[in-house]
Design a protein around this ligand. Structure first.
Ligand SMILES: *Cc1c(COP(=O)(O)O)cnc(C)c1O
Length: 397
């Protein structure tokens, strides 16, 4: 019988009775790991709210848990599903995607060099710049789509961490994970892939050679715009990973039990939702590329995308639910289109069942590298005809 390791004791913990009986990862995910809780044989796990756990008279911990900040039982199922989805050896949940990133960056030594992509989720980029400005890390950037530039930058100075985001916000450039991770290893650097947009359904960074996968679980993993959470999955139990585990515990940015429970529920439909969003996004991208008001559609699934070949090579089963459009008539027109939509919701974030649209440059604010004529679309799972009709009316005749 498969058993789950308990991080606070290192001992075998709750049996994962389904994992070794069912061959399909998708089935495991649909079943939310499938453990049945005694004494009522619940199909859905209870929410573990306890913050502390009883010691025996001899001082031992018969339940295998000491305190919820170290290792709450509330995370067992969600972390195990995440671990299996990304094909890693261990997974950790965090209070947000940023908290997950924070634990990684706090786990570095002062002055360690981080190599990050020019295009990436803006708030993380801003934060890396802030850490560099305060002397906590050294920071250099590479061109997301240019593997030769990754190599040049790795050769320029000893690097501890190569940060990859693919497809990258908000223009959806791809980075060849296999090539980038191999170069990083040659140069003694670890590779982290922010796989939030691709999700484990479409891309497996660890199998491609990355060391750590990062997810804002707020997005597709939860998928319903009602949880803020983050996750890390590691290929190996490295010294850096041990530090990251310590950073979660001592840094204290842990997820609440109810959020962990909601996340597990959200992940049950992950495969269905991602497949539906991919199909919708591909159809919208294809149709919008013909629209006279649109100068460019940025979507990895279009053959016109500069890294379409990389997308085909490292994304399986779809190209994601995120796309951006650039309006021929510039910023005013972009804002006008966003103002006119009726089905799409005007909001930031991504990866939920409902479609969202945003004028990205104005969300990112000063210092944004995003073109001002760009609208970012998070395509949901509504019937695509409704989405297309909405965008068509918003774009005008
Ligand atoms: C949203 C997002 C993050 C940050 O995650 P939070 O859960 O909002 O903290 C990081 N990376 C990407 C690609 C994101 O979309």
């Amino acid at each position: 019988m498969a058993v789950l390791p308990n991080p606070s004791t290192g001992q075998a913990d709750a049996p994962a009775t389904l994992g070794n009986r069912m061959s399909s990862l998708e089935t495991l995910t649909v079943h939310g790991l499938g453990r049945v809780a005694e004494p009522y044989r619940d199909i859905v796990p209870p929410i573990h709210l306890a913050s502390t756990f009883e010691r025996a008279a001899d001082g031992s911990y018969p339940g295998g848990r000491v305190y919820a900040r170290d290792a709450s039982p509330a995370y067992i199922e969600a972390e195990e599903v995440l671990r299996q989805l990304d094909g890693g050896t261990q997974a950790l949940l965090f209070a947000s995607g940023h908290a997950a990133a924070s634990a990684v960056l706090q786990a570095l030594e002062p002055g360690d060099r981080v190599l990050a992509p020019q295009s990436m989720y803006w708030a993380l980029r801003k934060w890396l710049l802030d850490l560099a400005e305060h002397g906590r890390i050294q920071l250099a950037f590479y061109d997301n789509a240019d593997i030769a530039d990754v190599e040049r930058q790795l050769a320029a100075a000893p690097t501890r961490l190569l940060w990859v985001e693919t497809p990258a916000n908000p223009t959806w450039e791809l980075t060849d994970i296999r090539a980038a991770a191999a170069l990083a290893r040659q140069h003694g650097a670890m590779t982290l892939v922010d796989s939030t947009v691709a999700t484990p359904v479409l891309c497996q960074p660890l199998a491609l050679g990355a060391d750590i996968a990062l997810h804002s679980a707020t997005k597709y993993l939860n998928g319903h715009s009602d949880v803020v959470a983050g996750a890390l999955v590691t290929r190996e139990d490295s010294p850096l990973w041990q530090r990251i585990r310590v950073m979660r515990n001592l840094g204290g940015a842990i997820l609440g039990p109810f959020e962990a429970w909601l996340l597990l529920r959200g992940m049950r439909t992950l495969h269905l939702r991602v497949r539906a969003a991919c199909a919708n996004a591909l159809q919208l991208a294809t149709e919008l590329a013909q629209h006279p008001a649109i100068a460019q559609v940025l979507y990895p699934g279009l053959p016109s995308h500069p890294q379409h070949a990389t997308a085909v090579a490292q994304m399986n089963g779809g190209f994601g639910g995120m796309l951006s459009i650039r309006l021929r008539d510039g910023e005013a027109r972009a804002r006008d289109v966003a103002a006119r939509v009726q089905v799409f919701k005007r909001a930031t974030s991504l990866g939920s069942v409902e479609s969202l649209i945003e004028h990205r440059a104005s969300v990112e604010g000063p210092g944004s590298r995003c073109p001002t004529d760009l609208l970012r679309l998070s395509v949901g799972i509504e019937p695509v005809a409704d989405l297309l009709a909405d965008l068509t009316q918003a774009l005008g005749d």
